[in-house]
Design a protein around this ligand. Structure first.
Ligand code: 5GP
Ligand code: ZN
Length: 125
């Protein structure tokens, strides 16, 4: 895909303001908003405004844009005060790109999950 908005894409509708979301941050190229079904005290989604179906296609199309998304994930963690390198349980955070339905991807507009504020098991379930 070429980054153009997709008519039936939920996250393109959030970018367009056609579906409401609780915004955390916005840049020229990205939007960060709270997940509607949070799995941790901090659960924020960072998306490129441009539509790509998953992180791999985003990275292939625009390394700069996926770098924007990853940088914004760090900005969100700092805002949420979980960007603590050695703070013990409940600090630190995880950035996840679920890729493919078998891995739990349900929305096919690339997005990074930023999760933190509780203990996070490794490996994940
Ligand atoms: P995925 O499963 O594709 O990795 O992540 C999609 C995420 O989008 C899920 O965590 C889900 O809770 C979230 N989500 C689905 N619909 C909405 C919505 O309308 N608004 C918001 N804010 N999050 C949504
Ligand atoms: Zn989209």
């Amino acid at each position: 895909s070429n980054g153009e908005p997709q008519q039936d894409c939920l996250f393109c509708k959030i970018v367009a303001g056609e579906v409401p979301a609780t915004l955390v941050r916005e840049t020229d190229t990205t939007v960060a908003f709270r997940d509607i079904n949070p799995q941790a005290p901090t659960h924020v989604l960072v998306i490129p405004k441009a539509h790509y179906p998953d992180a791999a296609s985003l990275a292939a199309a625009s390394p700069e844009l996926i770098a924007d998304v990853v940088r914004e994930a760090g900005e969100v963690a700092a805002l949420e005060r979980i960007a603590v390198p050695d703070g013990g349980p409940g600090t630190g955070y995880r950035v996840v790109f679920n890729t493919g339905s078998g891995a739990g991807q349900t929305v096919f507009h690339a997005h990074a999950h930023v999760l933190g504020g509780r203990g996070l098991e490794w490996p994940p379930g």
